[in-house]
Write a protein that binds this ligand. Sequence first.
Ligand SMILES: Cc1cc2nc3c(=O)[nH]c(=O)nc-3n(C[C@H](O)[C@H](O)[C@H](O)COP(=O)(O)OP(=O)(O)OC[C@H]3O[C@@H](n4cnc5c(N)ncnc54)[C@H](O)[C@@H]3O)c2cc1C
Length: 542
Amino acid sequence: MAVDGNYDWIVVGSGVSGLSGALWASRHGLKTLLIEKASVVGGATAYSYGSLWVPNNLLEREAGIEDSEEDAITYMRYLSGGFADEAHLITYVREAPRAIEELLGWGVKLRLIEGVADHYFPIAPGSQKRGRMLEAVPMLRKQLPAEAPPLQQSPYMPEGISWTDAIRLGGLGNRFSWDQEKVKEASSYYAAGQGLVAALLRACLEDSVTIRVDMPATRLLVEQGRVVGVEAASAGEVRSKYGVFLATGGYESNRELVRAFQWFPETVSHYPPTQTGDGMVLAMEIGAAIRVIPVTLASMVGYWIPHTDGTKEFHSAGIQELAYPHSMVVNGEGRRFADESFFQAFTVKLREFDVLNKHRYKNIPCYLIFDAQFARRYPFAGNPPGAPVSAWVTRAGSWSELAKLLHIDGEQLERTVAAFNGEARAGRDPEFGRGATSWGRSVGDPRHPVNANVAPLEQPPFYGVELFPTESSSAGLHTDVSGRVLHVRGRVIEGLYAGGVVTARTAYGAGYQAGYSLASGIILARLAVRHAVGTTAFYPIR
Ligand SMILES: Cc1cc2nc3c(=O)[nH]c(=O)nc-3n(C[C@H](O)[C@H](O)[C@H](O)COP(=O)(O)OP(=O)(O)OC[C@H]3O[C@@H](n4cnc5c(N)ncnc54)[C@H](O)[C@@H]3O)c2cc1C
């Protein structure tokens, strides 16, 4: 579809950051075009759980919860592990509540996710037990205007179920025992990540933002060192007066960029196939600087589910299967290496390099193993508890036989299981403290009488699947605090702005707090527009 003449502001990408960048621009009176490469809108945002981490926010204050900038800064500094840029970190803390207040003022409906502490580190200095986690209020599907482009579906969240709903229904880990009537009722809503996309999309459409799908940006137009527009498939060259806002998300589905920037060269993407780092490439072509945050905790593991038609599907196992009792993860030597129930502690151990023996990652390959009790009690590979374990899952009547089939050291596996079971019968894991973190317990089995994460593996048949790492992008465009993209020479590239995951995680560094990613996309979108139209980017500190 063609686009109509020139614009004041062009946004590339329709996730949270792109939609926010378009909304703020049109609210400032700019004639705005948003182009999206896929035939659906929402990107990884629509895949997500939709939480926004916003310290010291209006809804928190209205609920009578005390919070402060100082506490939020302390918490973010702790989580950042020294990898955040102080100016970006402080900007996040100060600007996030303002951005949310403006959205609320424009009728974008958000609410507190009750019962959720800062996580995954609720005991970190400056953390809060409640109040900082927000989400979009679910929106009836019919409230989206008829001309709205279709939304990206999520393979992770059941349709219409918000984070709040998931808690009320018994938690994400127990989704097979949810009240199915309520699940059915919810399906007439957009919720979670899709709900956030729907809320922003509706506001954009009401504000006359032009949105085009199936329209990838292919090149940035530059005149006298300034970005003046984009070249887009089927539309040709489109010019913009105030600049271009890149919000193309990560590069998880681009093998070359993954090999260039990630810890695991063969990491599997758990993001949409359109996440190919286009914004990074477009900007690098004109000299943009890239920043890598070398330690990020945004990794998971998962396994491949083969289908009868020869295709296979990647199933992320990080949160659920790894946390349930009657299971453990071992490496090829047949040894455990981490607290499997707290996936951040677990995935960093995947980076341990065995210098002397293997000269490879020590704990890759690794295997999730479990017994018949696990199979009876917990969901696995998308099947409800008690369903027959699919035929593709390796199984055996003894540990030595299972080890042989999986190419694990059998004698060591037997020793590992025996040692684990000895303590697990009393609900203990002295070796790695499985079940000791509140996060791990919250995703385990709350009905288990002794430890929500620990129980012996002793009833055959025994099962095992190989686990593969999956990561989120740890490199991105280097911007200043107004989202202006920086050149490799350190200067600003005039007319080029970026927000969301296409930018480096300079606000939070190594930190991994649910809601950082989506909220930071909103914050930079707003600051970029304010900068482009000449509004002071900062308010005095309250
Ligand atoms: C299961 C899961 C749960 C998550 N839960 C949370 C959570 O609760 N809270 C949180 O903060 N984060 C969460 N995340 C992470 C979060 O989803 C992403 O970090 C976030 O959505 C990134 O937003 P974005 O706007 O930067 O990019 P995206 O939402 O990915 O949008 C980028 C868009 O740009 C488009 N695009 C790419 N190239 C081009 C091009 N050349 N031209 C035009 N368009 C292009 C893409 O198709 C895509 O639609 C979760 C992720 C997953 C996988």
